[in-house]
Write a protein that binds this ligand. Structure first.
Ligand SMILES: [Zn+2]
Length: 248
């Protein structure tokens, strides 16, 4: 399984270039000019790029496939929409994190480090569902769009560039995310928010042909969705428990 997933790292590296996606690369080059050599701005007051009143932001164009290690026993796969900053307290650390993520399956668990808004939300919701160990040891995370967009998903529209015979970055990530999930064969798939729920043709529950996992649609925890997300997570975990007892 690990090697099959590693293939996606090399496949994506092969297609992700300015020949295939000239407009996207032009956009990121223009966008990134303002960051200069360092590639980020920050106001943590400790890192080299730290300036008073500068908000945390860094260059675009990097990507991340998995956000967690590929655990030995994966029971849950969680899919969100876009990669936000990986460390919301420091631009320097956030940029280093995303740069390290594009090459390989991570050894760090960005879902349990608590450095991003998503991570904090997941820790809180899994704790409320008494499933912290499942999050830590058996949950793999990725996004429907692998290219990082930061705190907003507005730039995703710029990744819809299509050329003859070359699917857009968004469409490629969508299809390959589905394939990665079918390779992992989890028991439960949590799709966070409307965009992620487009995976598997918007199908949910058991009614899909891609495997035996249960698809739980969840409200995204950001923008005031924490309580609803926790409720949806608990519903998904109930299904997972039912399946577990069936296979014992
Ligand atoms: Zn900083």
């Amino acid at each position: 399984m690990e090697n099959k997933i590693k293939d996606y790292y090399s496949k994506f590296e092969d297609i992700y270039n300015d020949k295939n996606y000239p407009k996207w690369f032009q956009f990121t080059n223009d966008h990134n000019e303002k960051f200069g050599e360092l590639g980020y701005t920050c106001n943590c007051r400790f890192c080299p790029g730290s300036r008073i009143n500068a908000k945390l932001e860094h260059e675009l164009g990097h990507y991340a496939i998995l956000q967690t290690p590929l655990h030995e026993d994966v029971k849950i796969v969680t899919v969100g929409n876009n990669n936000s900053w990986f460390d919301e307290s420091c631009g320097d650390k956030a940029l280093k994190a995303v740069k390290s993520l594009k090459d390989d399956i991570p050894t760090r668990n960005f879902y349990t480090e608590g450095k991003s808004g998503l991570s904090k939300s997941l820790i809180k919701a899994f704790k409320a569902a008494e499933a912290s160990q499942l999050l830590k040891n058996n949950t793999v995370g990725l996004n429907r769009t692998w290219l990082q967009t930061g705190g907003s998903s507005a730039n995703i529209s710029k990744m819809k560039e299509k050329r003859l015979g070359i699917p857009s970055l968004v469409d490629t990530c969508h299809v390959w995310t589905e394939e990665i999930i079918t390779i992992i064969k989890p028991q439960l798939v949590l799709l966070l928010g409307g965009e992620a729920q487009k995976l598997f043709n918007n199908q949910k529950g058991d009614a899909h042909e891609k495997g035996s996992f249960f698809i739980q649609h969840c409200r995204h925890p950001s923008h005031g969705g924490q309580a609803e997300f926790t409720k949806d997570l608990k519903d998904g975990l109930k299904e997972y428990e039912k399946r577990k007892s069936r296979f014992l």
